[in-house]
Design a protein around this ligand. Structure first.
Ligand code: ATR
Length: 278
């Protein structure tokens, strides 16, 4: 029987997830559909979920503003999603809804696809800029794959302290201003704030005076635009860069794997998605 997947959120009309998952179905030879379920703030989320429960949906993704709200409708939750406090993927296992968060693991997979040597390094140290939902997932996943140190810089210090406090690392928390002088401490700097996203394409949380050159790899999870101000400046300093659309692809790959048990090849999709976003 054909699979039935979808995405719940608002606004999601321009989401790239249907394209990604339909490609995955093609490459794995699976039949099915991936629908957009736009639930506006005026709609009843509860009523929509009730309808979906009585449908034969095999799994779905869930995004802003419902990643936390969905938790009370689940039958079970994966420990990683529980720790993060947000679910972006739900699997229907014999009528039971299980919640997962694929962001962190997807991010690490994307990193491993481009920089396998970084992941093999024993003393790897990362700096995360931002302390929102995505930063939480990435922090936990970096810890999981053995990063020796993961520090955070954020506008609101308390949010960064909350993330660090929940984990076993001896992490440092910085303001953006302070961390600009300490970049030589890191193997990778990962930008997770919404600053630099369209239409604020000329902005970045690191000031114009920042010297990017001590860090070998810069990563931005923003993918609209694909080459953010942050990544442009990083590249000009001679660093290697890691684009945000790759996290989108690999977190989707992990979700597809949870739904179907099959891990689709990313292959040319990385380049194709880059062209779509350009
Ligand atoms: P996501 O789930 O995508 O991570 P989020 O949870 O809303 O989104 O987090 C957004 C991040 O971008 C936060 O780190 C936020 O900083 P605060 O914790 O101080 O709110 C950061 N952010 C958003 N706008 C910002 C701005 N103008 N300057 C600096 N940081 C900003």
């Amino acid at each position: 029987m054909a699979y039935m997947f979808g995405l719940i959120g608002y606004p999601i009309k321009h989401s790239l997830s249907p394209w990604i998952h339909k490609q995955f179905m093609k490459t794995t030879g699976m039949e099915g559909d991936y629908c957009i379920y736009e639930v506006t703030p005026e709609d009843s989320f509860e009523a929509f979920i009730g309808q979906l429960k009585s449908s034969r949906v095999d799994g779905f993704n869930i995004t802003v503003p419902y990643k936390e709200k969905i938790i009370s409708y689940l039958d079970d939750i994966d420990p990683v999603a529980l720790k993060i406090g947000a679910v972006n993927t739900v699997v229907n296992r014999n009528g039971k809804w299980i919640g997962y968060n694929t962001d962190g693991k997807g991010y690490v997979r994307s990193l491993n696809s481009k920089f396998p040597n970084l992941l093999k390094k024993v003393t790897k140290r990362a700096l995360i800029l931002g302390a929102g939902g995505a930063a939480k997932g990435i922090f936990a996943a970096l810890e999981e794959v053995g990063f020796k140190r993961v520090d955070i810089a954020n506008r609101t210090k308390e949010k960064a302290v909350m993330i660090c406090g929940r984990h076993k690392h001896q992490s440092q928390v910085y303001s953006f201003k302070d961390v600009e002088q300490r970049l030589h401490d890191y193997d990778i700097v990962i930008q997770t704030t919404s600053v630099g996203m369209k239409p604020q394409v000329d902005q970045s949380v690191l000031s114009d005076d920042t010297n990017f050159s001590p860090v070998p790899i810069y990563s931005d999870i923003v993918y609209q635009p694909i080459r953010t101000n942050f990544l442009q400046r990083a590249e000009q300093s001679g660093a290697q860069i890691h684009y945000g659309h790759t996290m989108l692809l690999y977190q989707a790959q992990y979700a597809f794997e949870l739904w179907t048990g099959r891990k689709p090849n990313i292959g040319q999709m990385d380049e194709e998605l880059k062209q779509i976003l350009k």
